[in-house]
Design a protein around this ligand. Sequence first.
Ligand SMILES: Cc1cc2nc3c(=O)[nH]c(=O)nc-3n(C[C@H](O)[C@H](O)[C@H](O)COP(=O)(O)O)c2cc1C
Length: 280
Amino acid sequence: MPEISALIKKRISCRTYALQPLNEEILQKFASIVTKEHAGPFGNKPLFRLINPDISSPEEWKNTGTYGVIKNARLFLAGKIKKADNAVVDYGYCMETLILQATALGLGTCWLAGTFNASGFAKVINRSDDELLPAVSPIGYPTDQKSFMEKIFRRFAGSNFRKPWPEMFFAGDFTTPLTEEQAGKYAEALENVRLAPSASNKQPWRIVLDNTGNSFHFYLDRAFGYTLREVPIQDLDMGIAMNHFEYTAKEIGISGSWKISENPPKKNSLDYMVSWQENF
Ligand SMILES: Cc1cc2nc3c(=O)[nH]c(=O)nc-3n(C[C@H](O)[C@H](O)[C@H](O)COP(=O)(O)O)c2cc1C
Protein backbone atom coordinates (compact mmCIF):
# COMPACT_ATOMS: atom_id res chain seq x y z
CA MET A 1 0.00 0.00 0.00
CA PRO A 2 1.44 3.44 -0.82
CA GLU A 3 2.48 5.26 2.33
CA ILE A 4 0.03 8.09 1.77
CA SER A 5 -2.89 5.63 1.71
CA ALA A 6 -1.81 4.25 5.07
CA LEU A 7 -1.66 7.77 6.54
CA ILE A 8 -5.02 8.73 5.08
CA LYS A 9 -6.57 5.62 6.63
CA LYS A 10 -4.87 6.24 9.96
CA ARG A 11 -5.90 9.92 10.31
CA ILE A 12 -9.04 10.53 12.32
CA SER A 13 -10.23 13.72 14.00
CA CYS A 14 -8.92 13.73 17.56
CA ARG A 15 -10.69 16.05 20.02
CA THR A 16 -9.33 14.67 23.31
CA TYR A 17 -5.59 14.79 23.96
CA ALA A 18 -3.20 13.33 26.51
CA LEU A 19 -1.77 15.84 28.98
CA GLN A 20 1.82 14.79 28.31
CA PRO A 21 3.94 17.34 26.40
CA LEU A 22 5.34 16.48 22.99
CA ASN A 23 8.65 14.71 22.67
CA GLU A 24 11.16 17.45 21.84
CA GLU A 25 12.62 15.64 18.82
CA ILE A 26 9.19 15.04 17.28
CA LEU A 27 8.23 18.63 17.97
CA GLN A 28 11.36 19.93 16.24
CA LYS A 29 10.81 17.64 13.28
CA PHE A 30 7.23 18.78 12.86
CA ALA A 31 8.07 22.45 13.47
CA SER A 32 10.64 22.38 10.69
CA ILE A 33 8.02 21.08 8.22
CA VAL A 34 5.44 23.63 9.38
CA THR A 35 7.67 26.65 8.95
CA LYS A 36 8.89 25.71 5.47
CA GLU A 37 7.57 27.62 2.45
CA HIS A 38 4.30 26.25 1.15
CA ALA A 39 2.49 26.82 -2.14
CA GLY A 40 -0.78 25.40 -3.38
CA PRO A 41 -1.68 24.32 -6.94
CA PHE A 42 -3.21 27.75 -7.66
CA GLY A 43 0.00 29.47 -6.60
CA ASN A 44 -1.16 30.97 -3.31
CA LYS A 45 1.29 30.73 -0.43
CA PRO A 46 0.00 30.18 3.09
CA LEU A 47 2.15 30.73 6.14
CA PHE A 48 1.86 28.28 9.02
CA ARG A 49 2.95 28.48 12.64
CA LEU A 50 2.76 26.34 15.76
CA ILE A 51 1.09 28.13 18.64
CA ASN A 52 1.43 27.17 22.25
CA PRO A 53 -1.55 28.68 24.05
CA ASP A 54 0.15 28.25 27.43
CA ILE A 55 2.82 30.77 26.60
CA SER A 56 1.85 32.69 23.51
CA SER A 57 -1.82 33.43 23.75
CA PRO A 58 -3.81 36.28 25.17
CA GLU A 59 -5.51 35.39 28.47
CA GLU A 60 -9.01 35.69 27.07
CA TRP A 61 -8.83 32.64 24.87
CA LYS A 62 -6.37 30.39 26.68
CA ASN A 63 -9.20 28.28 27.93
CA THR A 64 -11.86 29.07 25.42
CA GLY A 65 -9.91 28.83 22.16
CA THR A 66 -12.08 25.97 20.89
CA TYR A 67 -15.26 26.50 22.91
CA GLY A 68 -14.64 23.27 24.82
CA VAL A 69 -14.73 21.08 21.68
CA ILE A 70 -11.05 20.20 22.01
CA LYS A 71 -9.75 18.88 25.34
CA ASN A 72 -6.19 19.26 26.67
CA ALA A 73 -4.48 20.47 23.49
CA ARG A 74 -1.20 22.17 24.34
CA LEU A 75 -0.26 23.08 20.81
CA PHE A 76 -2.08 24.34 17.72
CA LEU A 77 -1.24 24.52 14.05
CA ALA A 78 -2.56 27.79 12.61
CA GLY A 79 -1.93 29.78 9.49
CA LYS A 80 -2.91 32.66 7.27
CA ILE A 81 -3.08 33.39 3.57
CA LYS A 82 -3.54 36.51 1.40
CA LYS A 83 -7.06 36.92 0.02
CA ALA A 84 -7.06 35.83 -3.64
CA ASP A 85 -8.84 33.50 -6.02
CA ASN A 86 -8.72 29.95 -4.69
CA ALA A 87 -6.62 31.02 -1.72
CA VAL A 88 -8.72 28.86 0.61
CA VAL A 89 -8.37 25.83 -1.69
CA ASP A 90 -4.60 26.28 -1.58
CA TYR A 91 -4.69 26.67 2.20
CA GLY A 92 -6.61 23.38 2.49
CA TYR A 93 -4.20 21.62 0.14
CA CYS A 94 -1.10 22.78 2.03
CA MET A 95 -2.50 22.27 5.52
CA GLU A 96 -3.52 18.69 4.67
CA THR A 97 0.14 17.90 3.95
CA LEU A 98 0.94 19.06 7.49
CA ILE A 99 -1.95 17.08 8.96
CA LEU A 100 -0.68 13.91 7.25
CA GLN A 101 2.90 14.62 8.35
CA ALA A 102 1.65 14.98 11.93
CA THR A 103 -0.18 11.66 11.52
CA ALA A 104 3.07 10.06 10.31
CA LEU A 105 4.78 11.31 13.49
CA GLY A 106 2.09 9.68 15.66
CA LEU A 107 0.36 12.96 16.48
CA GLY A 108 -3.37 13.57 16.65
CA THR A 109 -5.05 16.41 14.72
CA CYS A 110 -8.49 17.83 14.06
CA TRP A 111 -9.38 20.27 11.29
CA LEU A 112 -11.23 23.20 12.89
CA ALA A 113 -12.83 25.80 10.65
CA GLY A 114 -15.88 26.53 12.79
CA THR A 115 -15.39 25.74 16.45
CA PHE A 116 -12.36 27.86 17.21
CA ASN A 117 -11.92 31.41 18.41
CA ALA A 118 -10.80 32.99 15.16
CA SER A 119 -10.12 36.45 16.56
CA GLY A 120 -7.94 35.06 19.35
CA PHE A 121 -5.88 33.05 16.87
CA ALA A 122 -5.76 36.01 14.45
CA LYS A 123 -4.12 38.13 17.14
CA VAL A 124 -1.47 35.55 17.89
CA ILE A 125 -0.62 35.00 14.24
CA ASN A 126 -0.80 38.71 13.30
CA ARG A 127 -3.40 38.33 10.60
CA SER A 128 -3.87 41.55 8.64
CA ASP A 129 -7.05 42.76 6.89
CA ASP A 130 -5.98 41.41 3.50
CA GLU A 131 -5.40 37.93 4.93
CA LEU A 132 -7.64 35.03 5.95
CA LEU A 133 -7.16 32.54 8.77
CA PRO A 134 -9.26 29.69 7.38
CA ALA A 135 -8.64 26.86 9.85
CA VAL A 136 -6.49 25.57 12.69
CA SER A 137 -5.77 22.17 14.22
CA PRO A 138 -4.78 21.02 17.68
CA ILE A 139 -1.62 18.91 17.69
CA GLY A 140 -0.84 16.39 20.41
CA TYR A 141 -0.89 12.81 21.55
CA PRO A 142 -4.30 11.25 21.16
CA THR A 143 -5.99 9.47 24.07
CA ASP A 144 -8.24 6.46 23.79
CA GLN A 145 -10.98 8.13 25.74
CA LYS A 146 -13.36 10.37 23.88
CA SER A 147 -15.06 13.20 25.72
CA PHE A 148 -18.86 13.41 25.77
CA MET A 149 -18.64 16.43 23.45
CA GLU A 150 -16.48 14.47 21.02
CA LYS A 151 -18.92 11.55 20.91
CA ILE A 152 -21.80 13.93 20.21
CA PHE A 153 -19.79 15.65 17.48
CA ARG A 154 -18.89 12.40 15.71
CA ARG A 155 -22.46 11.11 15.90
CA PHE A 156 -23.92 14.41 14.70
CA ALA A 157 -21.56 14.65 11.71
CA GLY A 158 -21.83 10.92 10.94
CA SER A 159 -18.03 10.92 11.02
CA ASN A 160 -17.68 7.15 10.74
CA PHE A 161 -19.48 7.03 7.41
CA ARG A 162 -18.39 7.89 3.90
CA LYS A 163 -20.54 8.12 0.79
CA PRO A 164 -20.20 5.19 -1.64
CA TRP A 165 -18.49 5.66 -5.01
CA PRO A 166 -21.64 6.04 -7.13
CA GLU A 167 -22.66 9.17 -5.20
CA MET A 168 -19.38 10.95 -5.92
CA PHE A 169 -17.57 9.62 -8.96
CA PHE A 170 -18.89 9.63 -12.52
CA ALA A 171 -17.85 8.60 -16.04
CA GLY A 172 -18.35 10.98 -18.96
CA ASP A 173 -21.22 12.95 -17.44
CA PHE A 174 -23.19 13.09 -14.21
CA THR A 175 -25.58 10.28 -15.03
CA THR A 176 -23.16 7.34 -15.20
CA PRO A 177 -21.40 6.25 -12.01
CA LEU A 178 -17.71 5.41 -12.34
CA THR A 179 -16.82 1.91 -11.15
CA GLU A 180 -13.52 1.01 -9.51
CA GLU A 181 -12.76 -1.23 -12.49
CA GLN A 182 -13.24 1.66 -14.92
CA ALA A 183 -11.11 3.88 -12.71
CA GLY A 184 -8.29 1.34 -13.07
CA LYS A 185 -4.94 2.73 -11.93
CA TYR A 186 -6.72 5.83 -10.59
CA ALA A 187 -8.95 3.85 -8.21
CA GLU A 188 -6.70 4.35 -5.21
CA ALA A 189 -6.40 8.12 -5.76
CA LEU A 190 -10.20 8.39 -5.90
CA GLU A 191 -10.65 6.14 -2.88
CA ASN A 192 -8.30 8.45 -0.97
CA VAL A 193 -10.51 11.42 -1.89
CA ARG A 194 -13.50 9.47 -0.60
CA LEU A 195 -11.77 8.88 2.76
CA ALA A 196 -10.76 12.53 3.19
CA PRO A 197 -12.03 14.64 6.08
CA SER A 198 -14.54 17.37 5.25
CA ALA A 199 -16.42 20.05 7.17
CA SER A 200 -19.34 18.35 8.99
CA ASN A 201 -18.37 15.26 6.98
CA LYS A 202 -20.45 16.59 4.08
CA GLN A 203 -18.11 15.02 1.48
CA PRO A 204 -19.00 17.68 -1.10
CA TRP A 205 -16.67 16.36 -3.81
CA ARG A 206 -18.00 15.24 -7.17
CA ILE A 207 -15.54 14.02 -9.81
CA VAL A 208 -16.10 13.19 -13.47
CA LEU A 209 -13.66 11.12 -15.51
CA ASP A 210 -14.01 12.47 -19.03
CA ASN A 211 -14.18 10.42 -22.18
CA THR A 212 -10.46 10.75 -22.92
CA GLY A 213 -9.91 8.54 -19.88
CA ASN A 214 -7.10 10.65 -18.44
CA SER A 215 -8.75 13.87 -17.26
CA PHE A 216 -10.67 14.23 -14.01
CA HIS A 217 -12.98 17.22 -13.44
CA PHE A 218 -13.47 18.24 -9.80
CA TYR A 219 -16.69 19.92 -8.52
CA LEU A 220 -18.15 21.08 -5.21
CA ASP A 221 -21.70 20.36 -4.17
CA ARG A 222 -21.89 23.39 -1.90
CA ALA A 223 -24.10 23.42 1.19
CA PHE A 224 -25.86 26.59 2.28
CA GLY A 225 -24.29 28.52 5.16
CA TYR A 226 -20.73 27.30 4.80
CA THR A 227 -19.05 30.67 4.46
CA LEU A 228 -17.69 31.94 7.77
CA ARG A 229 -15.52 35.03 8.27
CA GLU A 230 -15.24 35.42 4.45
CA VAL A 231 -13.92 31.84 4.27
CA PRO A 232 -15.76 29.43 1.95
CA ILE A 233 -15.18 26.48 4.25
CA GLN A 234 -15.85 23.84 1.61
CA ASP A 235 -12.99 25.21 -0.49
CA LEU A 236 -10.81 23.70 2.24
CA ASP A 237 -12.47 20.35 1.53
CA MET A 238 -11.59 20.78 -2.16
CA GLY A 239 -7.94 21.51 -1.34
CA ILE A 240 -7.79 18.42 0.87
CA ALA A 241 -9.25 16.27 -1.93
CA MET A 242 -6.77 17.67 -4.48
CA ASN A 243 -3.95 16.89 -2.09
CA HIS A 244 -5.04 13.27 -1.60
CA PHE A 245 -5.61 12.74 -5.31
CA GLU A 246 -2.35 14.27 -6.52
CA TYR A 247 -0.06 12.72 -3.91
CA THR A 248 -1.60 9.27 -4.25
CA ALA A 249 -1.22 9.42 -8.05
CA LYS A 250 2.37 10.61 -7.65
CA GLU A 251 3.23 7.81 -5.28
CA ILE A 252 1.98 5.16 -7.67
CA GLY A 253 3.93 6.74 -10.52
CA ILE A 254 1.27 8.75 -12.37
CA SER A 255 2.21 12.35 -13.04
CA GLY A 256 -0.34 14.97 -13.94
CA SER A 257 -1.15 18.64 -13.59
CA TRP A 258 -4.00 20.82 -12.46
CA LYS A 259 -5.69 23.07 -15.00
CA ILE A 260 -8.91 24.92 -15.55
CA SER A 261 -10.76 23.13 -18.34
CA GLU A 262 -12.44 25.19 -21.06
CA ASN A 263 -15.43 22.99 -21.44
CA PRO A 264 -15.99 20.69 -18.46
CA PRO A 265 -19.28 18.77 -18.14
CA LYS A 266 -21.83 20.97 -16.38
CA LYS A 267 -24.46 20.43 -13.73
CA ASN A 268 -26.44 23.35 -12.34
CA SER A 269 -26.18 22.43 -8.67
CA LEU A 270 -22.41 21.95 -8.78
CA ASP A 271 -19.47 24.39 -8.84
CA TYR A 272 -16.74 23.36 -11.26
CA MET A 273 -13.38 23.93 -9.54
CA VAL A 274 -10.47 22.36 -11.42
CA SER A 275 -9.33 19.42 -13.56
CA TRP A 276 -6.44 17.03 -13.22
CA GLN A 277 -4.86 15.84 -16.42
CA GLU A 278 -2.32 13.07 -16.74
CA ASN A 279 0.99 14.11 -18.32
CA PHE A 280 2.30 11.95 -21.11
C1 LIG B 1 -12.52 21.95 6.46
C2 LIG B 1 -12.92 21.24 7.71
C3 LIG B 1 -13.46 21.94 8.78
C4 LIG B 1 -13.80 21.29 9.97
N1 LIG B 1 -14.26 22.03 11.04
C5 LIG B 1 -14.49 21.41 12.23
C6 LIG B 1 -14.84 22.17 13.38
O1 LIG B 1 -14.97 23.41 13.32
N2 LIG B 1 -15.02 21.51 14.56
C7 LIG B 1 -14.85 20.16 14.66
O2 LIG B 1 -14.99 19.63 15.78
N3 LIG B 1 -14.54 19.38 13.58
C8 LIG B 1 -14.35 19.98 12.37
N4 LIG B 1 -13.97 19.24 11.27
C9 LIG B 1 -13.81 17.78 11.39
C10 LIG B 1 -14.92 17.01 10.65
O3 LIG B 1 -16.12 17.03 11.40
C11 LIG B 1 -14.43 15.57 10.40
O4 LIG B 1 -13.31 15.61 9.55
C12 LIG B 1 -15.49 14.68 9.77
O5 LIG B 1 -16.60 14.53 10.62
C13 LIG B 1 -14.94 13.28 9.43
O6 LIG B 1 -14.43 12.64 10.58
P1 LIG B 1 -12.90 12.19 10.65
O7 LIG B 1 -12.06 13.42 10.45
O8 LIG B 1 -12.72 11.60 12.02
O9 LIG B 1 -12.66 11.19 9.55
C14 LIG B 1 -13.65 19.88 10.06
C15 LIG B 1 -13.11 19.17 8.98
C16 LIG B 1 -12.73 19.84 7.82
C17 LIG B 1 -12.11 19.07 6.70
